[in-house]
Write a protein of this length. Sequence first.
Length: 502
Amino acid sequence: MRKSPLRLLRTTRLLIPAVVLGLALCLWPTRTLRSDNFVFYLPTGRQVLVLEVIQNTKYLPLLQVLNLLGKVSGLQEKRNSLKVWFGKAQLELRREERKVRVDKLWINLSDPVRVSDGQWVVPIDFLTSIVPRLTHQAVEYQLGANRIFIGDVRPSSFTVRLDQVPNGARLTVQFTDKVTVRTMARNGKWVMFLGDHPVEPLESSFRFQDPYVSEVRFDDQDGVPKLILSPTTGGLNFYPVLAEGGKVLLADVLKPPPAVAQQPPPPQQPATATPPAGQPPRAAVTEEGPAAPLGPPLPVVVLDAGHGAEETGARSRDGVLEKDLVAQLVARVRSAVLLTRKYRIVLTRTGDVNPSFEQREVAANLAGAAFFLTFHAGDLGSATPRLSVYTYQSSSPPPAPGEEPQTLFVSWVRVQQAHLEQSRLLAQALQQQFAQIPGAMADLPEEAPVRALRSVNAPAVAIEVGRLAPDADAGPLTSPNFQQQVAAAITQALAAFQKGGA
């Protein structure tokens, strides 16, 4: 039976959109919702960039990579091509093409160059095939890893062994170089920070069929090398100790002794030597952190990295985005504050996402924040680096006495009003510490209608660094030394505020 022309027309109208949609789904670059970090170990220090996974390939932002390695002196961007002047070299890249020109030489990459959220991104093998030609430095990279070593950086490595001991297990980690170890408990696991020396693990994870230890995993996603030990069950004790001049880490995971009357334990001593036979080391770490007498919970410091995802914020001449700069700064502040062992940290943003103002405020308030610091960057004038601190100022005047309705509840938009005096004292403490950073300008605290502060139920300030502007390079702000000085100043300001301001 022949189909009528009308029926054929209807079938064709349905078929064409389906074919077009199918082709679009096949050709459109698929993305994951996961956001990981990539660590650069450089002779001048370490830096962390957010990588993106597109069609199962890891990509890095091109301009940020180049700015870590040297100086971008010029850009020429068209719709489907980009020229970059880097030092004495010239690069040419084309969207969705694998070829990259370095001066007069064309080099093939494993995957095409792409543009994602307005940024030019390159696959990981750009680091091994292009970077050595640009920097004339050695590059050490292990396929599949999220870290790279550039220049004369020589990472150490380690081996792991697990043995049975009475009432537990003993972990032995043999390092190729001397390390320092600091331990803490986090989410039911024990974290062993390995100091500042770069580490390249032979394997990223070691799994065990053991009644006490299930896994030991290496992690440096925040730029800090560490081992994370996962116990098989809860309620165990952890006793780490360094031996052989810092090249061997011994860690006992033991059942707790029976609850009997005993003398108070001696003061905790640094782990520097192997314990006597049959006795665990004294530097114990419990589920709540380093061994210490019970007391009030540690105050919570909430760190808020502004912007994120498609909201990139300000941008410098050399391609540094505000969202990435403040994320780097927050990571350094987090590490510095945790080192004091006097605070807990809550981050409102991890990875390249953009929580709403309400989500950031709810995270702070549910965590019971003692302090809230939101970080931003922008054009603060010709001086650089420059730091400004702001407290909240309502965009509308508060009601006159007697005009505000009587209620048992505080309006969501007026929560910060109750903390303004404490916020001003915190801002003053921060400005005084920022003023001591060599070469930096620290403005006196100001009030401004900063939306991120409006509904935070704690002393809250906004910290802005500059100059981040289209006609200036961001080198002074991305300097590891400057960021570390800012982080140290913030920890000192928190201590000063707690002592005299709260």
